[in-house]
Design a protein around this ligand. Structure first.
Ligand SMILES: [Zn+2]
Length: 361
């Protein structure tokens, strides 16, 4: 029996030869099972079938612990002599939608092609193999690199009235994978930043400090936008009062994750931000937590800039993330509006309050 498998090449993968690769599939759920296979992976296509756990209201998504197979699966499989690698899409829910995303060869001696298959097909292949069937896959990929080209962050400002050199950055990333529209990843983040600035202007509100919108380029494929901003603006970073990024989707807001190098400042900033959030009367109370802020603003961390990641209700994000399904119809305008309100409000207060976030005043 023959059937077609919906798939997506992973970002950074090499192509297959023109005729494709046809090989038997061996299935493993983690690194230990691959080790145990020993020579059993030689000449085969390795399928990493590691399920991402369902979303947990407190623990969040299991993306962090599951994405490693997408990132490093090709290197691991190639060390065992595999000729290609398939990765179960990193999501807990699927409508037979494959999920792409970046992969890394790192120190791999051989680069083998890497693609994602759907949960449904990973499970089907697993069932067939358990039943003792031999499963062969023909993998065909035309992936290629076109080299580096110039690209730019998009920057706009509402200049501060009395402290224009002090800056609050609000941001999202402008690029997305080549499937779907990148609606939740990360058009909604860009819209939050743009709309925040527009609303403040429309309301005639001009804070003491400058609010700077930055739409980052190249988040998904190397972070060049975030890294070059931190480098080009290095002498200005001491004047960055805060940098806010939204890169978790445009769902109902839940608050912020804070990252700040200095622990005393971190503690004070946590309390100040929570007080600020308590002023907003949304249906769900907003919380400040310590944790990952955003990958584009992170290069500013070493300079001591307080980094805020806008966090949202996360149960649906990875249903769409990096797939053809990440389209604008998945964005609820009410939820997005509440995110805009949170970003605009926070940016305004941080830009206008007498002292700086995290300082004693
Ligand atoms: Zn993103």
């Amino acid at each position: 029996m023959k059937m077609k498998l919906p798939m997506l090449g992973l970002g950074g993968s090499v192509a297959t030869p023109r005729k494709g690769i046809t090989a038997e599939v061996v299935i493993v759920s983690n690194e230990e099972e691959l080790e145990a296979l020993g020579e059993g992976a030689r000449g085969k296509i390795v399928l990493f079938n590691n399920p991402m756990p369902p979303y947990h209201p407190v623990e969040g998504s299991g993306y962090g612990e599951t994405v490693r197979f997408r990132l490093h699966g090709a290197r691991l499989a190639s060390e065992h002599g595999a000729v290609g690698v398939l990765v179960r899409s990193v999501t807990a829910n699927s409508q037979r939608t494959p999920h792409t995303g970046v992969m890394i060869y790192g120190k791999a001696r051989r680069k083998i092609p890497a693609a994602a298959v759907t949960i449904e097909d990973a499970e089907m292949i697993a069932r067939l193999i358990r039943r003792g069937e031999r499963v062969k896959v023909r993998l065909f990929m035309e992936a290629h690199r076109e080299g580096k080209v110039p690209s730019a962050n998009v920057v706009a400002e509402l200049r501060g009235s009395t402290l224009p050199d002090e800056i609050v950055v609000i941001s999202g990333h402008l690029d997305s994978w080549d499937v779907g529209q990148g609606a939740h990843d990360d058009a909604t983040g860009c819209i939050m930043a743009i709309e925040s600035l527009r609303l403040l202007r429309e309301a005639g509100l001009r804070p003491r400090r400058t609010i700077r919108v930055v739409l980052w380029t190249n988040e998904e494929n190397g972070l060049a936008g975030g890294k070059s901003y931190a480098k080009e603006h290095a002498d200005e970073l001491a004047q960055h009062v805060a940098a806010i990024e939204s890169d978790s989707g445009g769902f109902d807001p839940r608050g912020f994750n804070l990252e700040l190098e200095d622990s005393a400042r971190h503690g004070r900033a946590m309390l100040q931000l929570q007080e600020l959030l308590n002023l907003l009367e949304l249906e769900e109370s907003l919380k400040v937590k310590s944790g990952h802020s955003g990958s584009d603003i992170r290069p500013m961390k070493a300079a001591g800039v307080p980094l805020l990641g806008l966090k949202v209700e996360g149960s649906r994000y990875f249903d769409y993330h990096h797939t053809h399904a990440d389209t604008v119809d998945k964005v609820d305008p009410g939820e997005l509006n509440r995110c805009v309100a949170l970003m605009a409000f926070t940016a305004y207060v941080l830009a206008d309050m007498p002292g700086r976030l995290g300082e004693n005043w």
